[in-house]
Ligand binder design. Structure first.
Ligand code: NAD
Length: 362
């Protein structure tokens, strides 16, 4: 089982180190190889996604990714910015389905900014299409950028587009995921204003006819944003396009208390995947040893389950994370009165210890 490890920038290196520690105690035949990506790769090779990194990722069964980006790269031309590495990996590996589970752990109910009764027991799955929409549409407004900006320009534009096969395949993913859960899908669009999303709605409905056992409803994105904070437990599987999914999944992330808790998986048609925390490189706290590594550790668990076919190992990690939270250990982002504040490494060590303890007992 080959894993390409791409820690990236900022807290990326700190949190991925903890996930590797956890993977290493599972006693699995994992082959891990690291490479530079993002700003770190730009500094070393002049490009955020060097050929060698892409090759490693393509040849691996799965990619474990930290995060990329830093404000200091904001002035670079867009193709050289760290974030382009993620878009390049998604495109080259054909990663079209992004799974973002938002689960509220019992012990963290108090860390959410919403009332406990609204989020206790929350377990929703946002499925975001990753390869189409306005992020990849042509034509795009192209001007000669100066320091990444367009002085004197009167307009800029990006074009929203989706093809039928792109919508069909993500719709199938959503209906199949719903079959393993509560058999409900909400498709989020903006069909009242955008042609692209009227088309999206029509195609999702058409695919839905092949899944008579799954209930499908449609919601406009503005209403979905509101309902997510008003009554999040009304949702189960939410499927949406690239841009709406980007925004709604971050909103859903915060329901659970901290973005530092949320894993994600991006899969292609053959279940090869890229696994990364939902958050970014957090330059504001990088190097301080205080980042929460749990989203990355839980991403490693998703990797074992979805791409490496090791569901039991995934269960062991997830159960160890619950044990650690139950023991009262918290990184700063999820800390509350009466719990014990720990740093990134201590949190990783605690998960390792919880796994080892259970293994010894078992
Ligand atoms: P961010 O997610 O990096 O940080 C937002 C806030 O959440 C910050 O206050 C940060 O300290 C906190 N935070 C994030 N992860 C945390 C963790 N594990 N533990 C504790 N606190 C955590 O988003 P941002 O500040 O908007 O962006 C920073 C950089 O990351 C930018 O360059 C952006 O482009 C990039 N980014 C990268 C990815 C990615 O690599 N997939 C995703 C989003 C943003």
């Amino acid at each position: 089982m080959k894993i390409a490890v791409l820690p990236g920038d900022g807290i990326g290196t700190e949190i991925v180190a903890e996930a590797i520690k956890v993977l290493n105690v599972l006693d699995l035949p994992l082959e891990m190889e690291s490479a530079l990506v993002g700003g770190a790769a730009y500094e070393a090779h002049g490009h955020p996604l060097p050929e060698s990194t892409l090759k490693l990722a393509k040849e691996a069964d799965a990619v474990l990714f930290g995060a990329v980006g830093d404000w200091k790269y904001d002035k670079l031309d867009r193709p050289l910015r760290p974030e382009q590495a993620i878009l390049g990996l998604r495109k080259n590996l054909g990663l079209f389905a992004n799974f973002r589970p938002a689960i509220c752990y019992e012990q963290l109910v108090g860390a959410s900014s919403l009332k406990p009764e609204l989020i206790a027991g929350l377990d929703i799955l946002i499925i975001r299409e990753l390869t189409g929409d306005i992020y990849f549409g042509q034509p795009r407004g192209r001007r000669t950028a100066v320091d990444g900006h367009f002085p004197g320009a009167e307009e800029a534009f990006d074009t929203m587009r989706y093809s039928k096969p792109e919508i069909e395949r993500i719709a199938h993913v959503a209906f199949q995921a719903a079959r393993k859960r509560s058999k409900r899908v909400t498709s989020v669009d903006k069909a009242n204003v955008l042609e692209t999303f009227q088309f999206w709605k029509d195609v999702v409905s058409e695919v839905g006819q092949q899944y008579p056992d799954v209930a499908l409803d449609h919601m406009y994105v503005d209403n979905a944003a509101m309902q997510l904070v008003k009554a999040p437990k009304k949702f189960d599987v939410v499927v949406t396009g690239n841009m709406f999914g980007d925004i709604l999944s971050d909103e859903a992330a915060m329901l659970t208390g901290s973005i530092g808790m949320l894993p994600s998986a991006s899969l292609n048609a053959s279940n090869q995947g890229l696994y990364e925390p939902s958050h970014g490189s957090a330059p504001d706290i990088a190097g301080q040893g205080i980042a929460n590594p749990l989203a990355t550790i839980l991403s490693a668990a998703m990797m074992l389950r979805f791409s490496l076919n090791q569901p039991q190992a995934a269960d062991r990690i997830e159960s160890a994370v619950k044990d650690v939270l139950a023991s009262g250990l918290r990184t700063t982002d999820i800390w509350s009165e009466g719990t014990t504040k720990v740093g990134t490494r201590d949190m990783g060590d605690a998960v390792v210890a919880a796994i080892t303890k259970k293994t010894t007992k078992g």
